[in-house]
Design a binder for this molecule. Structure first.
Ligand SMILES: Cc1cc2nc3c(=O)[nH]c(=O)nc-3n(C[C@H](O)[C@H](O)[C@H](O)COP(=O)(O)OP(=O)(O)OC[C@H]3O[C@@H](n4cnc5c(N)ncnc54)[C@H](O)[C@@H]3O)c2cc1C
Length: 325
């Protein structure tokens, strides 16, 4: 492990200033970053510890729905009564992530910035991986790609984004709020992660030294649900997951939002399905057809065609649970 300097930030302004030095990264809960340093994915020269910054761990009602501070611990967010009742999809997604112990330490901001679990990206031995070594290729394209992308991949990268909470945030049309010395901004959760066609080596759109300060959840979505399919029922990343939020008026679906997880390098909204669902009666046979419409642009890799029906059925189940809520 490369030696690094460590400094604890006392204020947001101080954290931003310290993060302008080259090769500096923020440390929040440390549950990802320290692993990355250990296996060589990240070797910063400077760590700026933001883990105890005052004012970034609150959960409060704001103009854009509930606002979650970037340092909100995952378990605190999931168990907040306003989140659990008004945004059940997020609460459920968080409680299916990692383990209770990790969720006590891990933060919302850190969860958004987590990197792919593609085995080649995380390999102990050097293998072609454009995310790990830009320009080296993608060993997963014709390799062990059972768990990797079915949407939005290119020959340069077929990885997936593994976060559970991010799928719920994309479904809710949540906004990610940042600060940077050149100016803060608000980034839609659907646009925060980068597809390989945009930049195969990138994971997200954050600039160097840009600090996530909060996540605005938007309008409440009490009729919402999250379904995660994994190889064991706890402490496991998703094979696929789905988040659904619905509104029903006069017995028909008036609005539907559907997002898939672990199928692309960003949470994948099924916009065509969402449009096709409007006007349908819950439980009618057309609902499955409407969900299927969103899979027209799915493309399996050599070993993961199973993920297409699995993801469709998972989306269907999330939709049914949201309609029952
Ligand atoms: C064994 C294991 C199993 C897991 N299983 C799951 C799972 O099933 N589902 C799931 O969703 N996640 C899972 N995770 C990921 C876990 O949720 C993340 O490790 C955690 O959320 C990261 O948060 P952190 O605060 O510890 O981030 P850190 O490790 O401190 O930081 C991670 C990255 O985020 C950056 N960062 C942190 N905060 C900010 C900020 N405010 N602004 C800008 N950059 C920031 C850091 O610089 C770093 O690059 C798992 C992790 C482990 C170790």
């Amino acid at each position: 492990m490369r030696p690094f300097t460590y400094v604890k930030a006392q204020t947001i302004a101080g954290a931003l200033e310290k993060a302008q030095a080259r090769d500096t990264v923020f440390l929040a809960g440390g549950t990802e970053l320290l692993n990355w340093a250990r296996i060589g994915i990240e070797s910063p020269e400077h760590l700026v510890d933001i883990g105890r910054l005052p004012s970034l761990d609150g959960i409060e009602a704001g103009d854009n729905g509930v606002r979650i501070g970037a340092l909100g611990r995952l378990n605190d967010v999931a168990q907040d009564p306003r989140v659990a009742s008004s945004y059940p999809v997020l609460s459920q997604a968080i409680l299916k992530a990692a383990s209770p112990q990790i969720r006590n330490v891990a933060t919302m901001g850190g969860n958004l910035v987590q990197r792919t679990r593609c085995p080649y990206f995380r390999s102990a031995e050097p293998v072609p991986c454009n995310k790990r070594a830009p320009g080296s290729g993608c060993a997963a394209l014709h390799g062990a790609n059972e768990r990797l992308a079915i949407f939005g991949w290119t020959e340069e990268c077929v990885a997936t984004q593994p976060s559970d909470p991010v799928v719920a945030l994309a479904c809710l049309d949540a906004q990610i709020v940042t600060e940077h010395p050149d100016g803060g901004r608000t980034i839609p959760a659907t646009q925060f992660h980068t597809l390989p066609a945009e930049a195969p080596s990138a994971h997200n759109v954050l600039r160097s030294g840009e600090l996530i300060t909060a996540v605005d959840l938007g309008a409440p979505a009490p009729r919402s649900a999250y379904v995660k399919v994994r190889e064991r029922q706890s402490y496991e990343f998703a094979l696929v997951s789905a988040a659904a939020a619905v509104e029903v008026e006069e017995g028909v679906i008036s609005r539907a939002r559907l997002a898939l997880g672990s199928v692309a390098m960003r949470p994948w909204r099924l916009y065509d399905s969402e449009r096709a669902l409007v006007g349908l009666r819950p439980g009618s046979p057309e609902v499955l057809h409407a969900v299927t419409v969103g899979f027209r642009d799915s493309h399996p890799l050599s070993s993961n065609a199973y993920k297409i029906p699995l993801a469709r059925n998972t989306a269907m189940r999330a939709l049914e649970l949201a309609l029952e809520a």
